[in-house]
Design a protein around this ligand. Structure first.
Ligand SMILES: Cc1cc2nc3c(=O)[nH]c(=O)nc-3n(C[C@H](O)[C@H](O)[C@H](O)COP(=O)(O)OP(=O)(O)OC[C@H]3O[C@@H](n4cnc5c(N)ncnc54)[C@H](O)[C@@H]3O)c2cc1C
Length: 536
């Protein structure tokens, strides 16, 4: 029987016998003449060959990557008009750094679709090619949520060219707008129909309604009207698959299953791209009055808040707190004319009343409250607006605080919420712990006290470099967030998690909540392409 002839074992390609095998960094084998053994040449030649091989591999990979990117960017060009795509580094830079200048990233390109359909086609392309998408509206977010990572792989999808007001419905009191509409334009469109859209924040001239909903923005009128979530009736969303979910309903009641829009509100671009929203409108108040009260200590603010709520009910539209240090900082940065009192006081509260009858009625309510608070020694002094101009200038003081802080070099920010009952002790104990850590720190507290929300920021005293604070960021955060957890608060009241507080959420949120969040992300974005590295 003829046996199966096995092929002769192929001799291994081996180096010439007189050249022993040299292993360099454990990566490649090659041979060198005996004369080179033990000499420096041996290592040098080995290194040079190895590097040449690695360089060739790297160059091949680079060319492949470039081709891959060029291919999908060429495809992208077919989906938007010529001005809708930006891929030159110098033109992209404004989209790659956040408002505070704390986060910077890179991107393959920035695309600016004009319609929901264009957005859907872009998302379909990205889903096919595995390209991550970072949605960006006005880029005023404070937690780095709209900034891509450093890999340069992501596409930044900017919504600012989708900015039409689609419909104002005065029967149902709703407005339907596209995601890129700047908040101030939405407010103006409502006023043009004698209605109020009450969402209001210092960045309203730049931030977009899509960004407001994606971060569930709060702002200054939450006490009366609620946050962005409370103002939303319906959404249109492009899903991670590129499908369009048409949920633009203006119904006040709809219990026909899960309320899906709530998933996208506050999801910071990680679950879908909001392309339009139907929002609630309200009757335009006839009059506004604003008062500023000087307070002896923080706990007085809580007492005045309770007094004002009892007196004005829903007429109280805002209750803001500012420490005397914040007011001094605004005076120093923007000029002394911004300071409402000659004397310096430890705390100030800003209250706004809305009235549906007349101006004198609103002012009378303000006066009554201020007089009662001073009589009860809860307040030391008060200023009351006499005109709309006065209202605006008192508000300007409050709204100038974030900008003044940014211009003075920045600080370590905390956007926290707490039960009102524990706020006074939280503020006093946490301030004391921070000054014990470093006496050169400066705690700057302001925020929406009426909503239990404080911006508890930690910078440095005048003349001390801010690095003294940023260099201790971890320790400062530990002090503040441990106290927030102890007092039953939240590590993010209105700004979201973005990339700034993503890790922190892992530490402070209950594991079951994080598991549910991961499950939702997996269902809605199985490839993990929507805003990777943010929130969860
Ligand atoms: C001076 C100043 C004052 C501020 N005051 C307040 C305040 O009082 N209250 C408050 O809540 N915030 C405040 N902010 C924060 C910021 O303005 C809000 O978070 C705002 O809602 C962000 O809107 P934007 O269009 O700039 O969003 P961006 O910064 O562009 O994006 C924010 C996040 O939303 C996502 N996103 C944006 N658009 C969409 C979309 N269409 N679909 C899905 N995801 C999207 C982004 O990916 C990102 O994660 C302030 C900011 C500044 C600079």
């Amino acid at each position: 029987m003829r046996g199966i002839r096995r092929p002769a074992k192929r001799p291994q390609r081996c180096p010439r016998p007189d050249y022993p095998i040299v292993r360099w960094a454990g990566a490649v084998d090659f041979a060198l003449p005996a004369s080179a053994q033990g000499s420096g040449i041996c290592d040098a030649i080995g290194t040079a060959r190895h590097l040449r091989k690695r360089a060739r591999t790297a160059a091949r990979w680079f060319v492949l990557r470039i081709n891959e990117i060029m291919n999908w960017i060429d495809e992208l060009r077919g989906l938007v008009d010529a001005t809708g795509i930006i891929d030159q580094p110098q033109d992209m830079s404004a989209f790659l750094t956040d408002w505070r200048g704390r986060f910077s990233g890179r991107a393959a390109a920035v695309v600016q679709p004009r319609t929901t359909q264009e957005t859907a086609r872009i998302v379909q392309l990205c889903a096919r090619r595995g390209v991550p998408i970072v949605v960006q509206g006005g880029n005023t977010g404070l937690v780095g949520g709209a900034t891509p990572d450093a890999s340069g792989k992501a596409l930044v999808l900017c919504t600012r060219r989708m900015d039409r007001v689609r419909r104002v419905d005065t029967d149902d009191d709703t407005i339907t707008v596209e995601a890129g509409c700047v908040l101030q334009r939405v407010q103006e469109a409502a006023i043009a129909h004698n209605r109020l859209f009450p969402l209001s924040l210092a960045a309203e001239g730049s931030c977009t309604i899509g960004g407001n909903l994606a971060t569930n923005a709060g702002g200054t009128q939450v006490l009366r009207y609620g946050n962005a979530r409370d103002l939303t009736l319906g959404l249109e969303v492009v899903l991670a698959s590129g499908e369009i979910w048409e949920g633009l309903r203006g119904l006040r009641k709809d219990n026909s299953g899960y309320d899906l829009k709530q998933l996208f509100i506050g999801s910071e671009g990680t679950l879908g791209i909001i392309t339009a929203a139907t929002l609630k409108l309200f009757a335009l108040p006839r009059a506004r009055a604003v008062s500023l009260l000087a307070l002896p200590h923080f706990s007085a603010a809580i007492k005045v808040l309770q007094r004002a709520r009892a007196a004005a009910g829903p007429g109280l539209t805002a209750f803001e707190i500012m420490s005397g240090r914040c007011v001094q900082l605004v005076g120093r940065i923007f000029g002394e004319q911004r300071r409402p009192f000659v004397q310096q006081y430890p705390w100030l509260a800003l209250l706004e009343w809305s009235d549906y009858e007349d101006e004198p009625g609103a002012v009378r309510q303000c006066e009554r409250l201020c007089a009662a608070a001073i009589e009860a020694t809860e307040a030391i002094d008060a200023v009351i607006s006499r005109s709309l101009g006065d209202c605006e200038s008192l508000w300007r003081l409050r709204e100038a605080i974030p900008e003044a802080q940014a211009r003075s070099g920045g600080n370590v920010k905390h956007d926290i919420s707490l039960p009102l009952a524990s706020m006074d002790r939280f503020v006093n104990e946490t301030e004391a712990a921070l000054y014990a850590l470093c006496p050169q720190l400066q705690v700057l507290v302001f925020g929406h006290l009426g909503d239990g929300n404080l911006h508890f920021n930690v910078g440095t005293q005048e003349g001390v470099p801010v690095d003294e604070a940023f260099g201790r960021e971890q320790l400062i955060n530990d002090i503040v967030y441990s106290a927030v957890a102890r007092w039953g608060g939240s590590i993010s009241a209105e700004h979201g998690l973005g990339q700034l507080r993503r890790e922190l959420a892992q530490r402070f949120k209950p594991p079951l909540e994080l598991d549910m969040m991961r499950g939702i992300k997996q269902v809605l974005d199985p490839q993990g392409l929507l805003n990777p590295g943010k929130v969860i």
